[in-house]
Design a protein around this ligand. Structure first.
Ligand SMILES: [Zn+2]
Length: 161
């Protein structure tokens, strides 16, 4: 694929965040490869749609991207997707949820809901857990946060913007 001349800017829209993760899933989790992406905008049995599904080793990651702060309703929605995913995909695949947002509202209530859900769910924040904008390593060509001065993948210090 061809790289954009300028780094992405995640503040633009939910769609651009989805594009970024779709092309560079290792930004979400260093274990994720492009071939691990099972689907994008996957429709579940009940007609609802999940933003991204990644199958990595024995785990199916259900990924939901929020543009603003994460609230309890977003968490409940993700739990619903995980239950539906359990019906749709092989029971032997572990299901794990990743919920992305700018910040968190009702943190303690969300933690309680996660514990009650029985699923493994992680909350990830833009800018803290995933980069908000990226540049490209001149040597390995991987996407790297613009906040980093050294490529975390190969150690090079020259980048393409
Ligand atoms: Zn590199």
């Amino acid at each position: 694929m061809s790289f954009p001349a300028m780094g992405y800017d995640l503040t633009l829209s939910e769609r651009s965040i989805e594009d970024l993760f779709f092309h560079f899933p290792y930004l979400v989790d260093p274990r994720f490869r492009v071939r691990d992406i099972d689907s994008r905008q996957e429709t579940l049995n009940d007609g609802t749609r999940v933003d991204m599904v990644v199958r990595c080793q024995d785990t199916l990651f259900i990924i939901e991207l929020k543009k603003g702060d994460i609230n309890t309703a977003d968490l409940q929605q993700l739990v619903h997707y995980l239950r539906e995913a359990d019906k749709k995909w092989n029971k032997n695949l572990r299901k794990e949820g990743l919920l992305f947002g700018l910040g968190i509202r009702d943190r303690s209530q969300i933690d309680t809901s996660i514990a009650a859900s029985g699923f493994r769910i992680s909350i990830k924040l833009y800018g803290r857990d995933v980069p908000t904008s990226v540049k490209f390593c001149r040597r390995c060509r991987k996407a790297v946060s613009t906040a980093k001065s050294e490529c975390p993948w190969c150690g090079a210090q020259e980048f393409i913007y």
